[in-house]
Write a protein of this length. Structure first.
Length: 362
């Protein structure tokens, strides 16, 4: 399968759908995807409509923008209001509501906030404007962290002391463990393909060992997802949970050692707050002491406003898989991608955005 079209063939999809139905049985099987790209693909391609009624797909905390707590957004806003500070970030973060504002609104009010395509672009801004302090708001899972680490090493090499990172990075396996221990019934995980290209399959082993929940690392095309669901359903019906790699064209058991090495050199694990889930031990990444000079949280002392959540917003429950977006009174009315109330409607990987764009029309 060398071409994208081969991963979208209707005949193959129907055969996989029939295979799933043939072994699914009548007892409910609940599977959670923990990748926002999977969430979007499942909605876009109508994967739910191809599954028997006993298969229940749950969207989890797979969107890094969505799980970022208001406190981080508020911190970035406070930094943007400081004289001479340029805040840079990826586009998804601009409209995420904080406690009383957003980066988009602050930009409209005159703060110097810029969308960049990469950390190298943020570094270039710092290099060409030495009189400015350039802050990169780093949000993401294991997929993007290596690029942030490289930017720190490059800043050190270039002696750019006016560049720093506000780190809100998170790691996925610890969140999966937290979800496995709560009241949401999960029989199997569709593991994130992008994250797994970096960390490999080995870090998911404890999910099987400690919680008895199977894991399949899935690709992002319709046939990838259907084949991964088939593998998980087979594990459940056989009573033999394990870690499998469906996305073999991109993921190896050991992941990407070079990327992991650069991350380990610059970052260390820390406890981290996840929107809707709370504090998860060891699920965040902070800069090591050796690189504290490039840590925005250390370099700047700013007053951050008290955290406030939007009244009635169900993003927290959606991220835990305990509520569907349509259960929220804001969904599709006062909360839309143009005017979001919560982060799950903002990001291109958000569950509410996926439902709004694809599911409700279908």
């Amino acid at each position: 399968m060398k071409y994208v079209e081969e991963f979208r063939r209707g005949g193959a999809a129907r055969r996989l759908s029939n295979d799933i139905a043939g072994i699914a049985g009548e007892e409910t099987i609940s599977l959670m995807e923990v990748c926002g790209t999977h969430t979007m693909a499942i909605a876009r391609y109508g994967i739910r409509s191809l599954l028997p009624g006993s298969i229940h797909l749950i969207s989890g905390p797979g969107c890094p923008v969505c799980v970022t707590p208001n406190r981080i957004v508020d911190h970035a806003i406070a930094l943007s209001r400081e004289p001479g500070v340029v805040v840079t970030t990826f586009g998804d973060m601009m409209k995420v509501p904080g406690s009383s504002s957003s980066l988009d609104r602050e930009h409209a009010r005159g703060c110097d906030i810029r969308v960049v395509a990469s950390t190298l672009e943020a570094l270039a801004i710092a290099e060409h404007a030495p009189e400015k302090q350039v802050v990169f708001l780093g949000v993401g899972f294991e997929t993007t962290v290596p690029t942030i680490a490289v930017s720190i090493l490059e800043a050190e090499k270039r002696e750019l002391t006016n560049y720093s990172v506000l780190s809100a990075h998170k790691t996925m396996p610890q969140a999966m463990a937290a979800l496995s221990a709560v009241e949401v019934a999960i029989d199997g995980y569709l593991c994130p393909g992008h994250v797994s290209t970096i960390i490999g399959s080995e870090p998911y082993g404890f999910i099987v060992r400690d919680h008895g929940i199977g894991c399949v690392i899935a690709g992002f095309e319709p046939l990838d997802i259907l084949q991964s669901i088939l593998l998980l359903v087979r594990q459940v019906r056989e009573g033999a949970p394990r870690v499998e790699i469906q996305y073999t064209r991109a993921v190896r058991p050991g992941g990407n050692p070079a990327a992991r090495e650069v991350v380990d050199r610059v970052f260390e694990p820390c406890d981290s707050e996840w929107r809707g889930i709370g504090m998860i031990p060891g699920s965040g990444l902070r800069l090591r002491d050796a690189y504290a000079g490039w840590d925005s949280g250390v370099r700047f002392s700013v007053d951050v406003e008290p955290t406030h959540e939007a009244e009635g917003c169900l993003c927290g429950l959606v991220l835990q898989g305990r509520a569907r977006p349509t259960a929220c009174r804001h969904f599709g009315t006062t909360c839309t991608p143009v005017n979001p109330v919560g982060p799950c409607m903002v990001s291109t990987e958000g569950t509410c955005a996926a439902y709004f764009k694809y599911q409700i029309q279908r």
